[in-house]
Design a protein around this ligand. Structure first.
Ligand code: WTA
Length: 649
């Protein structure tokens, strides 16, 4: 990995937006002074700070010690015993929220379901009992590959209730991607559905699971939820209908008393190598941090109808659809389908219909929605909204302004939340009742987060000089490792700048202490807010028999933020052509999933390399985004390669 020593930033943004009238007075944190006081304490005495926050949770056994930190191994709330599902459900019910709506769900075809906290607990307990009957035990990894339906939340909470870590795979991933993840986690059970609705079509989830299991995985049991009633293949003995399993199950299930550091889930994410990393999150630290950040950053109140448009298959859905909001007893709005089904007004129609008060989405969605014109949101009553959020990539100031004016109608603060799969929860974000917002800045670190901008030698950079974003102290929701590869964990996150958490993001801190994120410094590309490692796409291409070598780079894209461009050298004797191009793009789709399919694919005789044999991605990037190469080519091994690439398209 090469990280530039200094990173120039030329962005200047001077517009400022204080909290809109009345917001500060009702907010959990209502002034900068209060934030600063609490922040100072959280950094000077993190153990006292987090011990106090942790009081508000249910513990079977209170922890003995807040933090045991031996870099890179952290243990939070040492000796404590708790259960995250209990905190999401039973604790809320004990606090009088039993009849309050927990999940307000809308399917893409327009069907709706609501579940109160009591009803959700019943469903979770029944399914937890069914899992136990299938032989699932504490510590067994349960793979979940489902559409965005309430049963997905039920499945994850059922796993948490019995102490079985879940590994959720986004429904857009292919059979091969499922097989890889199942194999890595040595998972013996997959929970899926016959299908899910997306853009008026059925995503054949069960077919993909069948194809994955056929690739020689460890899977012995497949649980199938009936959602679309599409025809599926059935393997007797292995496959079980969800509704058959839960029938007659008791509606109570004793929660497992999990250790604070028991594994809660694995979530696979892209890194710089071809192999996705199973990021590990454990019980108590993740529980406390997601609940507390959700409360403070989304300013959650008992009557909020909170809608995060992410899929639960990504970390945003784990932390801020399920675990964070439910622990605050609010109503979580969930939508199954696409933003443009049946038309581009769907999101706003949902906000209007269910009176959503908080709306949290990604810049890529904001750009796509803005492009459809202001008349669309203008048709809807969005007056229920009081707060907006953004996550997944830097939000460009123009998109920010559109969101603020056309959706928030200048009445809603925007929380631009910076975080990662690895961080478990939001690390840098405005507190909406306290901060003056600057479009494009995620503003300041949350309580307990000691963020700094450094060069690659670990020297803190002056104000406004770009550098690498690092976190100098452990925090409760931090990853505990990479499943099965602790060496890679240490190397990737704690060794690049010795003893500090390396985020792989470039950043600038301005004179007021606001952080401006500038994108990744590694070979991870952010497409529509989702991470795709270029190495993964390269391996997928090279796995096709016609391909000798491939290089994949990121290029700017108006809606998606970034897109992929692939350069492919073929095996001797294979001829380039449109059919092969289509075949290769399809191949990437089946190897990884449609999100990883490159927007451009060019054939070339050879790839430009340095004398030491490294592919010169910088040149390819320049070529793919500008159509020419002006950059420094002094280390290039074969100048003719660039010339032929230029002519090729
Ligand atoms: C990027 C998503 C700028 C960043 C929660 C990070 C952001 C990667 C922001 C993690 C933001 C996320 N501003 N960049 N508000 N939020 N990113 O693991 O590059 O899918 O490293 O987690 O997304 O992506 P991941």
């Amino acid at each position: 990995m090469s990280a530039p020593d200094t990173i120039m930033s030329s962005m200047v943004e001077t517009r400022e937006f204080p909290p809109p009238g009345g917001f500060a007075a009702q907010a959990h944190i209502g002034s900068v002074a209060e934030y600063e006081r609490m922040y100072k304490r959280s950094i000077e005495d993190p153990e006292a700070f987090w011990a106090e926050v942790a009081e508000n949770f249910h513990w079977f056994r209170k922890f003995d010690k807040v933090l045991d930190w031996r870099c890179p191994n952290a243990q939070w709330f040492v000796g404590g015993k708790t259960n995250v599902a209990y905190n999401c459900l039973d604790l809320q019910i004990e606090r009088g929220r039993g009849n309050h709506t927990a999940i307000l769900w809308e399917g893409e075809p327009g069907d709706t379901t609501t579940l109160t906290y009591s009803e959700l607990r019943t469903e979770v307990c029944k399914f937890a009992n069914a899992l136990k009957k299938l032989g699932v035990k504490k510590g067994d990894v349960v793979t979940i590959y489902m559409p965005m339906v309430p049963e997905l939340t039920v499945a994850m909470l059922a796993c948490a209730r019995i102490g079985a870590p879940h590994s959720i795979i986004f429904g857009g991933f292919s059979a091969t991607a499922i097989a890889d993840r199942v194999h890595d986690a040595n998972s013996k059970i997959i929970i899926t559905a016959d299908g899910g609705w997306r853009r008026g079509k059925i995503v054949p989830l069960k077919d993909n699971v069948d194809a994955a299991v056929e690739q020689g995985t460890s899977v012995e049991t497949v649980v199938v939820l009936k959602r679309c009633e599409n025809e599926i293949k059935w393997t007797g003995g292995r496959d079980h209908w969800w509704h058959d399993l839960v029938e007659g199950e008791a509606d109570a299930c004793e929660p497992e008393q999990c250790d604070a550091e028991d594994l809660l889930f694995i979530l696979y994410t892209s890194g710089t190598t071809g192999k996705p990393k199973g990021i590990m999150h454990t019980t108590a630290g993740y529980m406390v941090y997601t609940a507390y950040t959700a409360k403070m950053i989304f300013d959650l109140k008992p009557d909020d109808v909170y809608w995060c448009t992410a899929d639960i298959g990504w970390i945003t859905g784990h932390s801020y659809i399920t675990y964070g909001p439910l622990q605050n007893g609010v109503t979580v709005l969930m939508y199954e389908g696409a933003p443009n089904q049946p038309d581009w007004g769907r999101f706003w129609e949902i906000v209007q219909k269910h009176k959503a008060t908080i709306f949290y989405t990604a810049p890529t969605a904001i750009r796509a929605l803005a492009r459809q014109g202001d008349e669309i949101p203008a048709k809807y009553d969005l007056s229920s909204l009081r707060l907006l959020g953004s996550v997944g990539e830097p939000i460009n100031p123009e998109a920010w302004m559109w969101y603020y004016e056309k959706i928030g109608r200048k009445n809603c603060p925007i929380v631009d939340t910076w975080w990662q799969t690895e961080t478990g929860g939001i690390l840098i974000s405005p507190l909406p009742g306290a901060f003056t917002l600057k479009p494009g800045s995620a503003t300041k670190p949350f309580f307990g987060i000691d963020a700094a901008v450094m060069d690659s030698a670990g020297v803190v950079q002056p104000d406004n000089a770009g550098g690498l974003l690092v976190i100098r102290k452990p925090w409760p929701a931090m990853l505990r490792g990479i499943y099965g590869d602790m060496e890679r964990y240490q190397k990737q996150y704690w060794s690049q700048i010795d003893g500090k958490y390396f985020t792989s993001d470039a950043c600038r801190r301005d004179e007021d202490g606001n952080f401006w994120l500038m994108g990744r410094v590694d070979d991870v590309i952010n497409i529509s807010g989702h991470r795709i490692g270029t190495a993964e796409v390269e391996s997928a291409l090279v796995s096709h028999p016609a391909v000798a070598e491939a290089a994949v780079v990121g290029i700017p894209h108006e809606i998606k933020g970034q897109a992929l461009a692939a350069f492919v050298a073929l095996q001797v004797g294979r001829a380039a052509g449109d059919d092969l191009k289509k075949e290769l793009l399809k191949h990437v789709g089946t190897q990884i999933g449609a999100i990883a399919r490159p927007d451009q694919l060019r054939f070339t005789d050879a790839l430009p390399k340095t004398r030491s044999g490294k592919i010169m991605r910088r040149l390819l990037k320049e070529l793919a985004s500008t159509g020419e190469v002006k950059g420094d080519t002094t280390t290039l091994e074969d100048f003719n390669v660039i010339a032929s690439l230029r002519d090729d398209d």
